[in-house]
Design a protein around this ligand. Structure first.
Ligand SMILES: Nc1ncnc2c1ncn2[C@@H]1O[C@H](COP(=O)(O)OP(=O)(O)OP(=O)(O)O)[C@@H](O)[C@H]1O
Length: 186
């Protein structure tokens, strides 16, 4: 069974047609990288897949998903571990997620004090904690240093090996998978 399927999808946003006739299918273990110039609709495509945006035409079928974009979706006033616990169905997985994202030392630091790259990694920890089989990652490498890029690649590889799928938008190459590519054009 596919974890994401788009059938003949058209997207209208900002007063113009961003794309139409788009078909794609992601099965367990699949990773797809969406590329293209600014404003061509990469983030919009992720929001369509997340069910946050309605297609102008066509059909979107998605498994339970977790979206990581520029908004961390973590309570800024809470210590990081407590903020992440909100998203953890079983609660107990938070320490392992912190370790996998290289955030052990920051568990008790309020989210509002984290740096840009630390917040990105906290978003990845949130997504990995969610248990969602479909990850939607919008520019996940933004603000990450070399070591953090390696952590991202490891998280990607583990999620795919566990039977998940990933749709990511990025201006830079990502590791951890043999990425299929989808280029959106103006
Ligand atoms: N909330 C919104 N309301 C109206 N138009 C929007 C909204 N968000 C984005 N758009 C428009 O939709 C178009 C596609 O934007 P989108 O963010 O999907 O592009 P992108 O390919 O992800 O760009 P970038 O590479 O800059 O991140 C742009 O023209 C943008 O102005």
């Amino acid at each position: 069974m596919s974890l994401l399927a788009l059938h003949n999808v058209a997207c209208w946003r900002g007063g113009r047609l961003l794309f139409d006739g788009l078909d794609l299918v992601l099965q367990a273990g699949d990773a797809m990288l969406v590329t293209g110039p600014n404003g061509t609709g990469k983030s919009s495509l992720l929001r369509l897949a997340a069910g946050l945006l309605r297609p102008l035409g066509g059909r979107v079928e998605a498994a339970r998903c977790a979206l990581a974009d520029e908004r961390p979706a973590l309570d800024p006033e809470l210590p990081l571990a407590a903020a992440l616990a909100f998203w953890a169905p079983a609660g107990g997985a938070v320490p392992a997620a912190l370790t996998a994202a290289g955030l052990d030392a920051l568990a008790e630091v309020p989210v509002r004090l984290l740096s840009t790259g630390q917040l990105r990694r906290a978003s990845l920890a949130r997504v990995s904690l969610s248990g969602a089989p479909l990850w939607l990652l919008d520019e996940p490498a933004n603000g990450l240093d070399a070591g953090s890029l390696d952590l991202l690649a490891a998280l990607v590889a583990r999620h795919l090996a566990d039977g998940g799928a990933i749709l990511a938008a990025s201006h830079q190459p990502l590791g951890g998978a043999r990425w299929q590519t989808l280029e959106l054009a103006r």
